[in-house]
Design a binder for this molecule. Structure first.
Ligand code: AMP
Ligand code: MN
Ligand code: MN
Length: 358
């Protein structure tokens, strides 16, 4: 059953639909991959793509560079996800989901072995670098899982059972439970269809947005007590020592910048989390959020990261406090420029209104 309407057709144009359909149908060995530090949309879209492909008779390999958090083990197929050690050299097609640039695939994508293989990129980040041989990038979609609802329609995969649970997960986590500014009628319509297909909003929310560890709460307590607010930018740092003292898990810093942006006194929030990367280097994971009307994706892109206007991030080498100071200065500068532009636009609108009213 296909329920495509005009909105869906705009989000998955006919030419793109046939290009994707033929790329999938002509491939036998398919590798699907999503981004490092996978979130709900990364894991949901990876597993959802797996179910769509199985529906059309394929047996894809689903791979992630970092182990997905156990929080997501309710999604059918969770145990089938493999790490870099099980990724081969030869495939007919690689499908990359929810990643804005090639490096976001981490160790899974090895250019020396994989660069000649057709690469289908399915993503919704405005900062996407179009690094595939075929790029379906739709920033109007709130999650890649929403895009896969339209792809499932195109390939005749029913939105029910395993597929519905996987796709509703990404829609719920990327929209923070249908609360972000990009939650429009198309998002709700997609969610409604997945719910009708048997996926449960409250069960997914219970395992994701409403689930925290006690160690995470203790970490947040310490970190929040030292948060700083400067020029309507609120920010906090999380050192490895703080994480160790709170016995925090890797994922315990997630959601912190989303919480900080709720401060009435701030337009932009940032968190800086110190980690050791695979090469043993100290890196700082930077996570940014912005209130409607402000944009953090450009600053993230400037530092080699990416994201969306209201939520973006980057990973930088260097000392925690130095990185934080540099990046906060850039965010304050961006905020000031954007606030100035908003003010000029408001003045212009007021002048036009006065002129129109005689
Ligand atoms: P997060 O703050 O980790 O929830 O990420 C917010 C948004 O920024 C997501 O859309 C991510 O895909 C993007 N993002 C975060 N970190 C990076 C990074 N190091 N490089 C590119 N994009 C990133
Ligand atoms: Mn993601
Ligand atoms: Mn996403």
């Amino acid at each position: 059953m296909t329920q495509s309407n005009t909105a869906d057709a705009l989000l998955l144009p006919t030419e793109m639909e046939s290009a994707i359909r033929s790329a999938i149908h002509t491939a036998e060995r398919i590798l699907c991959v999503s981004h490092v530090s996978p979130d709900g949309d990364a894991i949901g879209s990876l597993l959802g793509m797996g179910w769509i492909l199985r529906h059309v008779g394929k047996q894809p390999t689903l791979a992630l560079a970092d182990k997905p958090a156990r929080d997501f083990d309710y999604i059918p197929g969770y145990d089938s996800i493999v790490g870099a050690d099980q990724v081969k050299d030869a495939y007919d097609l690689i499908i990359c989901l929810d990643a804005s640039s090639q490096d976001r695939m981490g160790d899974i994508y090895r250019p020396a072995a994989h660069s000649q293989i057709p690469l289908l990129v399915i993503d919704h980040h405005i900062t996407n670098t179009n690094f595939g041989s075929l790029n379906w990038v739709q920033p109007k979609c709130a999650a890649v899982c929403q895009m896969l609802v339209y792809l499932a329609d195109a390939l005749g995969a029913p939105l029910e059972g395993n597929l519905a649970i996987a796709l509703l997960t990404g829609l719920i986590t990327d929209t923070l439970g249908f609360r972000t500014s990009n939650t429009d009628a198309a998002v709700l319509q997609a969610a409604m269809r997945l719910t009708a297909g048997g996926a449960s909003i409250h069960q997914i929310v219970a395992r994701t947005l409403n689930s925290r560890t006690f160690s995470g709460m203790r970490l947040w307590g310490g970190v929040l007590s030292e948060a700083k607010l400067e020029g309507r930018v609120i920010w906090a740092t999380v050192s490895q020592a703080q994480r160790k003292a709170a016995r925090a898990q890797d994922s315990d810093g997630e959601g912190l910048s989303g919480f900080l942006i709720s401060a009435q006194e701030a337009d932009i929030s940032a968190t800086f989390i110190e980690r050791t990367d695979r090469a043993g280097e100290t890196v700082v994971e930077c996570s940014f959020r912005a209130k409607p009307g402000f944009d953090v994706s450009e600053v993230a892109l400037g530092y080699g990261g990416g994201g969306h206007p209201p939520a973006a991030g980057c990973t930088l080498a260097g000392d925690l406090q130095t990185v934080a100071a540099d990046v906060v200065a850039a965010l304050r500068q961006a905020r000031q420029t954007q606030a100035g532009k908003q003010q000029r636009e408001r003045q212009l609108a007021r002048r036009e209104e006065l002129l129109a009213n005689g």
